[in-house]
Design a protein around this ligand. Structure first.
Ligand SMILES: Nc1ncnc2c1ncn2[C@@H]1O[C@H](COP(=O)(O)OP(=O)(O)OP(=O)(O)O)[C@@H](O)[C@H]1O
Ligand SMILES: [Mg+2]
Length: 263
């Protein structure tokens, strides 16, 4: 089982789109995929067709159970849109930082939960909220690899540096920080500003940056309106092709021994 977290403290950079597109692509290839919605706004949960007001038995239940509270058992909703299995979010997740944030052991709840809930899956993808808190800390502790989508615009670079400082800080309190890969998103090759940002990203963050990019493609919005992954509804589109290529790259990293990557 590979666990990939998709995170960036900046909002609207394409985290949920990346989770749905990658997960859809992997499922299309016959891989068994679980997606986990860690965002109190529950965009991924709604995207895949569930009403977040009815999903307190997802991630929220996992944390309440770990805190010893009486709660329904957390369970995965099988076969949501594109056949993806989902551990859903609910708005109640917003109170976790206040109610459980300082309790001991709360940083590894997801890691422990996935040991059972993640059984039988080839891939688990975690959709993180755009802020640092107990949910993102849990995702960083549970993942083998972190995917950081970054918009190809100048201001996005500040958000990225902040995200990397967070990662470093969390890495210091663990044996190891997860490997990370930066994915340029919403790239509009017609604008000079986007091209310049892409070059700056490549200069500053080599070798952690994916050498390709996800283009701006209006079909992502259309796919989300339909509750579909673009990689499934229109695999030939530019956006879908880019995510298929990213999926291939991520899989190749998982299949390459660490020693080889280091040499
Ligand atoms: N490559 C793209 N081309 C065009 N539109 C895109 C692209 N990627 C994402 N979008 C659109 O941008 C918006 C934000 O994307 P998304 O919800 O994936 O970001 P997010 O990082 O998850 O946001 P949040 O921080 O609020 O959770 C959505 O409307 C989505 O359809
Ligand atoms: Mg999101």
């Amino acid at each position: 089982m590979n666990v990939w977290a998709v995170a960036n403290q900046k909002g609207g950079v394409g985290k949920t789109t990346t989770v749905v597109s990658l997960a859809g692509e992997l499922a299309r290839q016959g891989e068994r995929v679980l997606v986990v919605d860690l965002d109190p706004h529950a965009s991924l949960t709604s995207y895949l067709g569930l009403d977040p007001e009815t999903t307190d038995d997802g991630v929220y239940a996992l944390f309440r159970q770990a805190a010893g509270e009486s709660t329904p058992s957390p369970h995965v909703r099988p076969g949501q849109a594109e056949g993806l299995d989902l551990l859903p979010a609910s708005p109640a997740l917003a109170v976790l930082d206040r109610t459980l944030g300082t309790r001991k052991g709360m940083g590894v709840v997801l890691q422990k939960g996935l040991a059972s809930l993640g059984q039988g899956y080839d891939h688990v993808l975690l959709d993180c909220p755009p802020m640092l808190g107990i949910l993102m800390v849990n995702a960083l502790a549970a993942c083998d690899r972190l995917v950081i989508p970054v918009q190809t615009e100048f201001l996005a670079l500040h958000g990225l540096r902040r995200m990397l400082r967070t990662l470093e800080m969390i890495g210091r309190s663990r044996d190891r920080a997860p490997e990370y890969i930066i994915v340029p998103t919403q790239f509009d090759r017609r604008t000079r500003a986007a091209t310049q940002s892409l070059y700056t990203l490549r200069d500053e963050f080599h070798p952690h940056i994916w050498t390709q990019y996800i283009p701006v493609d209006t079909r992502f919005r259309e796919a989300s309106r339909q509750g579909r992954a673009l990689t499934c509804s229109d695999p030939a589109s530019r956006g879908a092709q880019a995510y298929a290529s990213l999926a291939r790259h991520l899989l190749s990293l998982e299949n390459t021994p660490q020693e080889e990557l280091a040499s």
